[in-house]
Design a protein around this ligand. Structure first.
Ligand code: URA
Length: 249
């Protein structure tokens, strides 16, 4: 017989619903419901309600989506200034987005913005969430404010909305509106290289200034260029909600 010392669960074991709630899935009540509905798996198995898991090592999925539950996961929202590049290391030693956030734990940018693009970018060490946020099949919309030189015609706006032919194919339908005389708002869920610049160029409106103003449900008009903050639990939950589509809080 093992001694009682060995029968005790290691300290880091926690109830599954608590772990899921902390990861931004929803309230504990919602998480309990998901477990009862057998929409959650732990290491590939369907758990009992009340089961305890080790957040450091357990592979947890909800509706087949991997959910990062490790305690060291961090999610930053950075307002990238012009001139800073979106790679982890630049051979030319230019300033990178990684230089603007804490070094421990090490995080990486979710997707990319051109050096001459400003605005919101997420930084995290949660590889699964990063994958879901950048994969077009999850349809996370990114919104951009685009300054152009002259007022685009209605027809130009319509073309952007319907899709324009680029050298890597037709762009998907986009949400496009004219905010001011020379300021367009474009929301897309594809992430092709220099896509917004190329879309605007293709209709005869080269971009003067490009700012990413929204990532899915995440906006922040008071975050100064070069500053970052952690995502709130509410924001993380709103992202999960879009990815998981049909669970309600
Ligand atoms: N589209 C672009 O053209 N550039 C970016 O940085 C982001 C989207």
């Amino acid at each position: 017989m093992p001694s009682s010392e060995f029968e005790q669960e290691p300290q880091q074991f926690e109830r599954l619903q608590k772990v899921l709630a902390r990861a931004g899935i929803g309230s504990r009540r919602v998480c309990e419901k998901l477990i009862v509905e057998q929409r959650v798996t732990v290491n590939g198995e369907i758990p009992e309600l009340g089961e305890k898991v080790d957040p450091e090592t357990s592979q947890i999925e909800v509706d087949g989506l991997k959910i990062g539950v490790r305690q060291d996961l961090v999610y930053y929202l950075l307002n990238k200034p012009i001139g800073v590049i979106t790679t982890s290391k630049d051979p030319q030693e230019r300033s990178t987005v990684v230089d603007l956030v804490p070094t421990h734990p090490r995080v990486f940018p979710v997707g990319r913005l051109d050096a001459d693009t400003e605005g919101l970018i997420l930084m995290t060490n949660d590889g699964d969430l990063a994958h879901y946020l950048t994969h077009p099949s999850f349809g996370i919309e990114k919104e951009y404010l685009v300054q152009v030189e002259v007022k685009p015609s209605r027809n130009a706006i319509r073309q952007l909305r319907q899709g324009v032919e680029l050298d890597d194919g037709l762009t998907a339908p986009a949400r496009v509106s004219l905010v001011e005389e020379r300021l367009i708002k474009i929301a897309i869920h594809e992430g092709r290289n220099r896509q917004v610049r190329r879309m605007c160029e293709s209709i005869g409106h080269p971009v003067i200034r490009l700012v990413r103003s929204r990532i899915g449900p995440i906006v922040d008009r008071s975050l100064h260029p070069g500053s970052f903050r952690e995502l709130t639990n509410h924001e993380l939950r709103s992202i999960r909600k879009i990815l998981l589509k049909d669970f309600s809080d």
